[in-house]
Design a protein around this ligand. Sequence first.
Ligand code: ZN
Length: 458
Amino acid sequence: MWPVVAGKILLPLHERLMRRKTFRYYHDLELSQWFSSHRLRELQLIKLQELVSVALKNTDAYADLAGVDKPWLPESLEDLRKLPLLDKANISTHREGLVNRAVPGGPIRYNTGGSSGEPLIFYFDKRRQAYDKAARMRTHQWWGIRPGEKEAYIWGSPVELSKQDRIKNIRDWIMNELLLSAFDLSEQSVGWFVERLRRFGPKCLFGYPSSISLMCQLAKRVGLDLTSLPVQVVFSTAEVLYDHQKEIISRSFGGVPVVNGYGSREGGFIAHECPEGRMHITSENVIVEFIKDGKPVGPGQDGEIVVTHLDNYAMPFIRYQTGDVGQPSDETCPCGRELGVMKVVKGRTTDFIIAPDGRWVHGLALIYVIRDIPGVRQYQIVQEDVDSIRVRVVLEDGFPADGLERIRGGITERIGAEVRVDVEQVSEIDQDPSGKFRHVISQVARDRSMAMRLDDAR
Ligand SMILES: [Zn+2]
């Protein structure tokens, strides 16, 4: 499809049919990115008051949880700190009481692995979906990518792929999107992968930095040149973008910028890098705090990233603890935007698992197996050598009788029958020494990755 037709006609039409005001919000965000920080704070306060009022009025549990009387409203942004922090446990315990059933378009249920090792079921609404999409379009524009231009998603949620039937293919064609699963990359499959990209001709790539950099490394090993692809920018999302990944990706596509974005399914589209290299907070849609020992930290200090999504009326994500670590910054940016600036220090990283047939299976493929089973509070998947995998699970009520067998079966299906899979029930799983919880740990993948980098350097 011609980008201008996709961007100006079909995409807006699709959003309208989905009852999302994406393009209206997008135009608003295009204007408000040039607001002064003072005006942005005024906007935040108005939206915060509306959000808190909806949460108190339209949910059964939030007023009790927050310990405030129903007509209470924050009078300043600092008043936000009078409300309690919410974590996954709060949200899980009070989930149904926190849902606003009256939200326009109805609450939409979502299930995520989250970043701290505990799965989370939560709700969001069309307003949040539209705002997150609009914010994403705005940041693409920063890098010269207009709505409707060809974009390849290096993704791979099996759920999204199973829906990829004819209708979805047609929709993707209309929207100029190509969804490629990077779950099963290997030296054998990378050629097919690159050929799909070549035929599609994307102007930008978007996806997990671990998968994109692995694709680049494997392509190089089998002698495929990626510089002839029309890719002008690569957007990294969902995981920490490491310098070595940035370098591999940029070099592989002929020196294109590799841009960092920070967000999550629960937290929304939180921050994104601008061409001047600062991570700008989507200040119109989220308030970000950095908290240590219950108190805000100063610029340049590490704190847990706590997010209030100002546009999710389906469930109050007010002072939600992401489990990620970041730093606030009082830097001004030469790009002229006074949207907040932050640094992400520690976030999600996921190892690959190596299958005996040489496939690099993204850890998420295995995480999805476990996430689909109720009653798993925590889990960890460890690959010690290429033909054995150990899964440790912490269980709670609701775990089915055949649960352990389902985990074993699901993992075997993805990795291969020759791999021995042991599933073990434990009472607790420790964080790793950096303080970060890891779902998937594979020494095999780390060793191979290091070997490829050494080869590259030669
Ligand atoms: Zn900037």
